[in-house]
Ligand binder design. Structure first.
Ligand SMILES: *Cc1c(COP(=O)(O)O)cnc(C)c1O
Length: 396
C-alpha cells in the first residue's frame, strides 16, 4: 500500500497563509486585532515571568502583541529566521536593530548606496554616540575586507539598492564577516522574501520596510527584523527602552498584505522585466537599471542570489531633468509619489528626491543623473502600463 502523503515543508504562498494560524485559538478564519494594551497576570510569579520574557505578547503592548506576533511569525518563516519582531516603520526596525549591537568606540561598514534615511542614521546620528561608520562601494567584496578594523562590529547592506538597483554579493559579505566575527544585517525590502532570502546566504539578520511589498497597498507604515532568537532577544531588550514597536492595527494590515505577497511579487517581477526591456529599446532612454536585464553589470550575481528580480527599476531620460519632469507629468497610470512596492505604479525623479538631504555633487557621486526616473512597477495590466510609458516618452 502506498504511504499516506505527508507534507513537511510548504511553498511561499502556503507559508504566508498558514504559518501563523496556530498562534491564535478559536475558529475565525481572519485574524483578530488585539487592541488591549495590558493583560491579566495570574500571580506575582506570572507577572514577573511575562514582564521579562523576550517577545512576550500578552503582558504590555510595548513588549509585544498577539496580532504583531502573527505577522512576525509569517515573516520569520518566509525568511528562514528563528524569530521576528514588528516595528512602527522600516526606519525604527533598522535603527533599533543597529543600536542593539553597537556601542561607543565600535565601527560599522555600510555600503554607499543605501536608502537615504538609513544613510542619514548612520552618518548623522551614530557618530554623535561615538560609533564610526565607513561607507564603501558595495560592488566588490575586497572593499568590505579592506574596510575592516579591529573595532568593526557590524556590516549593513541593502540589495538591490535604492535607487540604482546595485547588487551586493550576500554570500561574499557573510563569509568575510564570519571570518572576522562581524554581525551582518541586510535590508531586503526591494527583493522581498519571495525573491531573496539573505539568511540562507549566511547573513545574520534581515530587515524590511513592511510599508512596501509586505503591506503592498500603500496604506500602512511598518517594519520588521528577523534572525536568530538570540539576536532577536537582544533587539527586543533595546526596544523596551526605545518603544518603536508596531501598532496592532498596522500589524493586522501587514498580515492582510502578506497573504498575497507571492502573487503580487510574481506579477511585479514579470511586469518590471517587460517594461525594462521596452525602455532599453527606446531612443529617448539611456541606461536602464534592472537586475533582470542581461545588460545589468551584476546580472550573473543577481541570478545566483535571487529567484526573481523585483518590481523596482530606474532609467535615464537622455534629455535631462526637464524631460524627466515632462515624462512624469504626462503619464496617466504612474503616480508621482514617494514610497514603492505597492499595487499602484509610482514614479519619482531621484535627483529631486535626494536634493532634500544632499547637494548636487553628492547626488552625482551616487550615480544619479538629472533625467533619471525611478519606477515602482505596480500590478496594473502590463500592456496598459507599456502604452502609458510610450505615450509619456513621446510627449518629451
Ligand atoms: C522605505 C524604505 C525604508 C524605510 O522604511 P519606512 O517604513 O519608510 O520607515 C528602508 N529601506 C528601504 C530599502 C526602503 O525602501
Amino acid at each position: 500500500m502506498a504511504a499516506r502523503p505527508e507534507q513537511k515543508t510548504f511553498g511561499q504562498s502556503t507559508t504566508s497563509l498558514h504559518s501563523d494560524r496556530s498562534l491564535e485559538n478559536g475558529t475565525a478564519v481572519a485574524p483578530s486585532i488585539h487592541q488591549s494594551v495590558s493583560y491579566l497576570a495570574e500571580s506575582g510569579e506570572d507577572f514577573l515571568h511575562k514582564a521579562t520574557e523576550p517577545l512576550n505578547d500578552q503582558f504590555y503592548c510595548r513588549h509585544g502583541n498577539p496580532t504583531s506576533s502573527r505577522i512576525a511569525k509569517v515573516i520569520a518563516e518566509l525568511e528562514g529566521g528563528e524569530a521576528a519582531m514588528m516595528f512602527a516603520s522600516g526606519m525604527s526596525a533598522i535603527s533599533t536593530t543597529i543600536l542593539a549591537f553597537v556601542e561607543n568606540g565600535d565601527h560599522i561598514i555600510a555600503q554607499k548606496n543605501l536608502y537615504s534615511a538609513t544613510a542619514s542614521f548612520l552618518n548623522r546620528l551614530l557618530p554623535k554616540f561615538g560609533v564610526d561608520v565607513t561607507f564603501i562601494d558595495q560592488t566588490s567584496i575586497e572593499n568590505f575586507e579592506r574596510a575592516i578594523t579591529p573595532k568593526t562590529k557590524l556590516i549593513f547592506v541593502e540589495t538591490p539598492s535604492n535607487p540604482l538597483l546595485s547588487i551586493t554579493d550576500l554570500r561574499g559579505v557573510s563569509e568575510v564577516a564570519k571570518a572576522n566575527n562581524i554581525i551582518t544585517i541586510c535590508d531586503n525590502t526591494f527583493a522581498t522574501p519571495i525573491n531573496q532570502n539573505p539568511i540562507s546566504l549566511g547573513i545574520d539578520m534581515v530587515v524590511h520596510s513592511a510599508t512596501k511589498y509586505i503591506g503592498g497597498h500603500h496604506d500602512l507604515l511598518a517594519g520588521c527584523v528577523t534572525g536568530s532568537s538570540n539576536h532577536l532577544g537582544t533587539i527586543w531588550d533595546v526596544s523596551m527602552d526605545l518603544g518603536p514597536i508596531a501598532a496592532p492595527f498596522n500589524s493586522w494590515l501587514a498580515l492582510r498584505g502578506v497573504r498575497t505577497l507571492k502573487l503580487r511579487v510574481l506579477q511585479h517581477n514579470s511586469s518590471a522585466l517587460l517594461i525594462a526591456q521596452q525602455l532599453e529599446e527606446h531612443p529617448k532612454v539611456g541606461s536602464v537599471y534592472y537586475p533582470g536585464l542581461a545588460s545589468h553589470p551584476q546580472h550573473e550575481l543577481a541570478k545566483r542570489q535571487m529567484t526573481g528580480f523585483g518590481g523596482m527599476l530606474a532609467f535615464d531620460i537622455l534629455d535631462g531633468y526637464e524631460a524627466g519632469r515632462t515624462f512624469i507629468q504626462n503619464t496617466q497610470l504612474c503616480t508621482n509619489a514617494p514610497s514603492l512596492g505597492g499595487v499602484d505604479t509610482l514614479v519619482t525623479q531621484p535627483a529631486e528626491m535626494f536634493s532634500a538631504r544632499l547637494d548636487e555633487t553628492e547626488i552625482q557621486a551616487l550615480g544619479i543623473t538629472p533625467g533619471m526616473i525611478r519606477m515602482s512597477v505596480g500590478i496594473e495590466d502590463v500592456a496598459d502600463l507599456q502604452v502609458d510609458i510610450d505615450s509619456a516618452l513621446f510627449s518629451i
